[in-house]
Design a binder for this molecule. Structure first.
Ligand code: BDR
Ligand code: CA
Length: 319
């Protein structure tokens, strides 16, 4: 039996974030160490409340939830309540549930502590803007080499953006942070829109999951309604994207992905701001500083039906 992968999910829940967290918690190949929260789909305050709620829904209330950055490195936070609902979680009434206090450690402190405790064995899974990861690099530069890897949802290699024609939402929310992460000593895998924008789940898929898993599955079935509506209204899709789930899936089932190597840069100016640029396969450039950048990995393609099955099967067993 291979060792379970120790992961920290850095998140801005977010409906697909909730899907990813519940999927990670239910997967036997994952040891979920904690959640760190960040501005993104909603304010960091709401993201933290939503993260605590997901823990309650999943029955893992003891999991550390540590608060991270409220604002990007440059500029102001921009939210996506039109995608994820006013509360970021599909506006599903919380009933008598009241959020407990989050963990007293900051997101960066928590990440540093876990990496020191298990050098080379902690994987960071950012599924929101990369502000916390950039701050971690700034405060603990020497710990970067001790992170096993970073598998993030964000960006696009050769695919249009979802927030602007060139930018994916997580990267657009903090392009400076993303640029630092891709240029750092961290071993990064970018799971971006090339895969996630075309990996979808329908309302019927969630109905089936909820029948097998009335707790977490039942919650997701209610929360995804507004997310599915958004994709129908804005994109003409018959289901919602499982963006953030794909990053977790890339850790537990890397064989389902076609992973390629290429240097990655982020546009920081003008109407291209937030766009990711990836060195195409079989090309090498020395000009404009490309040669100095570390090669990273990105997901070029994936077995989408298998990803859907993996999520549904794992969630059905979640109880
Ligand atoms: C990403 O943006 C957010 O809205 C989602 O939660 C996901 O992390 C997709 O572009
Ligand atoms: Ca997210």
């Amino acid at each position: 039996m291979p060792r379970r992968r120790k992961i920290i999910i850095d998140t801005d829940p977010g409906i697909d974030d909730a899907m990813a967290i519940l999927f990670a918690a239910a997967h036997p190949g994952v040891e979920l160490l904690g959640l760190t929260t960040v501005h993104g789909n909603v304010s960091v305050k709401d993201a933290t409340r939503n993260a605590l709620r997901v823990c309650a829904v999943g029955g893992f209330e003891a999991l550390p939830v540590c608060v991270g950055a409220a604002q990007p490195l440059v500029g102001r936070a921009r939210y996506a309540r039109h995608v994820h609902g006013g509360d970021g979680m599909g506006d599903v009434p919380a009933g008598r549930w009241r959020p407990p206090r989050p963990d007293p450690r900051s997101a960066v402190e928590f990440i540093a502590e876990q990496v020191k405790a298990a050098p080379g064995r902690v994987t960071l899974v950012p599924i929101g803007p990369l502000t916390n990861i950039a701050r971690f690099l700034e405060r603990h530069p020497r710990l970067a080499a001790k992170v096993q890897e970073v598998v993030l949802m964000g960006g696009a290699a050769f695919y249009a953006g979802n927030a602007t024609p060139v930018a994916e939402a997580n990267i657009l929310c903090d392009p400076e942070a993303a640029a630092r992460v891709f240029a750092s000593k961290l071993k990064v895998t970018m799971v971006g829109l090339d895969v996630t924008d075309t990996t979808t789940l329908s309302a019927a898929d969630f109905d089936r999951i909820a029948r097998r898993s009335p707790g977490p599955g039942g919650f997701l079935r209610r929360a995804v309604r507004c997310y599915i509506d958004f994709y129908r209204r804005e994109r003409g899709k018959a289901g919602c994207c499982m963006h953030d789930v794909c990053a977790v899936a890339c850790i537990v089932a890397p064989k389902l992905f076609e992973l390629r190597t290429g240097r990655i840069r982020v546009h920081l100016e003008g109407f291209m701001r937030g766009g990711t640029v990836v060195q195409p396969p079989d090309r090498n450039y020395d000009a404009e500083g490309w040669g100095r950048l570390p090669p990273q990995r990105y997901a070029a393609d994936a077995d989408r039906p298998a990803l859907r099955r993996l999520f549904s099967k794992t969630m059905a067993a979640a109880g």
